[in-house]
Design a protein around this ligand. Sequence first.
Ligand code: EPZ
Length: 420
Amino acid sequence: MDYFQIRGGTPLQGRIPISGAKNAALPILAATLLTDKVSTLSNVPHLNDITTMVELLGALGADVAIDESMALQVSAAQLNNQRAPYELVKTMRASILVMGPLLARFGKAEVSFPGGCAIGSRPVDLHLKGFEAMGACIDVRDGYIVATTESGLKGCDFTFDTVTVGGTENLLMAAVLAEGRTVLRNAAREPEITDLVAFLRGMGAEIEGDDTSTLVIDGVSELAASHYSVMPDRIEAGTFLVAAAATRGRITVENANAEHLGIVLEKLRDAGVNVTVEGNTITADMTEGQLTSVDLITAPYPGFPTDMQAQFTALNVVAEGVGRITETIFENRLMQAHEMSRMGANITVDGHSVIIRGKSSIDGAPVMASDLRASASLVIAGLAAKGETHVDRIYHIDRGYERIEEKLQAVGADIVRKSR
Ligand code: EPZ
C-alpha cells in the first residue's frame, strides 16, 4: 500500500498548474448519457474517480475514447444497459449521478445503493424524492435502486429539504428531457453546478437561474453533442494556497478562477496571508508577517466550502492564537484532528467543531488518511512539521488530486511516494 514520506520545514516557493475540477467533470461525464451524439470534454483531470466514472459509462454501453489532446470523446449511442453495478458504485458514490440521465433518456435506471463513507452516511433520499415528484416509480431491490417511468418524466416544482449538490445535479439532468417545466428550489449553487449547466446548454438544454438557488428548466425532446472544457478545480487551488501559507512560502496557482474562491481567499487574508489575483493566477505569500488563527463555519456555496475545512484545520495548527472550525455539512468530517494530535497539535473536538490552539511548530509522525480532504490536510501538516511524516492510505488522495507529489516537489517540497 502506497504512503507519502514527507520531510517538513521547507517553505514552498514557485508556481503550480491547477487541473480540471473533479466535481464538475463527474456530473458532466454523466450528462453525456443524455444524447446519442458524441460529446468532447477537455481539461478533464486524470484521477481515480474519473477513471471509475469512465468505466461506469463503458459498463452501460457507452464508448469513451481519448484523443491526441487528451480530451475525452463520449458516445452513448449504443447504450444497452441501464444498470450501474455495485462493484463500481461502491468505489465511487458519485456513480449515483447516472440515474438522472438514464431515467430521462431511457425511462429506467438501476443503480446500486451508494453506501456511506468515512465522512458521513451520505443519503440520496432527496434525489429519489425529486425523481418521484417527476413521475418516476422508485423501488429498492437486492441493494439496487430501481427507478422507472412508463410515460416519461414530467416537469415539477420541487423544493429540496436541504441543499444538496448531487441532488441538484441529478434532478437537473433528469429535467432537461422531461415534459414541460421543472422548477428546482433551494438548489445548490456551487460553481460545479454552473459548469454542468453550461455543458447542458451546449447540448441545447433550456435552463435559467444558474448561480441562484432556483433553477428553471424547460424540457426539450432531444439533446445534441456538446464540446466543453471543464472548469479549474477550486479545491485543488485552495489546498495549494493553504500549503503555501502553512509552510511560510509563496505559491502562485495557475489556471485558477479566483471568483470560485471568494470566502477562502478572504479567510487566508484574515490569517495574515498576502493574497493577490492576476487574471487566472492567484498568489499566496506568507514569507513575511505573522500567521494567525481563523474561525470558520462550513456552509453551502457561496459559504465556506466543507471541502476546504480540513486544510484550514492544518493551517490553524501552526498559526498564532486560537481558532474554532465548525463543520455543518457532514456529520463525521473532523477525523483529521485526531491524526494531527499525533503530530503534537493542540486540538480539541467539541461536537461538530474543533478548537485549535496554534503552535509555532509540530513534529512529524506516522498518520493515516481517512478521506480525500483529510489526507490533503495531513500532507499540509507534514510539510509544515519538523522532521518526517508518513501519510498512509493515500489512495484517498489519488481520488481527487492529480499527481500531487509531483506538483509539490516542483515547488520545493520533500515528499516521496513509497510502497510498503
Ligand atoms: C458533493 O457531494 C461533492 N462531491 C463533495 O465533495 C462535497 O463535499 C459536497 O458536494 C458538499 O459540497 C461531488 O461533487 C462528487 P451533498 P454530495 O449532496 O453531492 C445531505 C470531495 O471531497 N443529503 O451536497 O454527495 C448529505 O448527507 C467531495 O470532493 C441528504 O440528506 O453532497 C450532506 O449532509 C466530498 N439527502 C448534505 O446533504 C440527499 O439526498 C450535503 O450533501 C443528499 C444529500
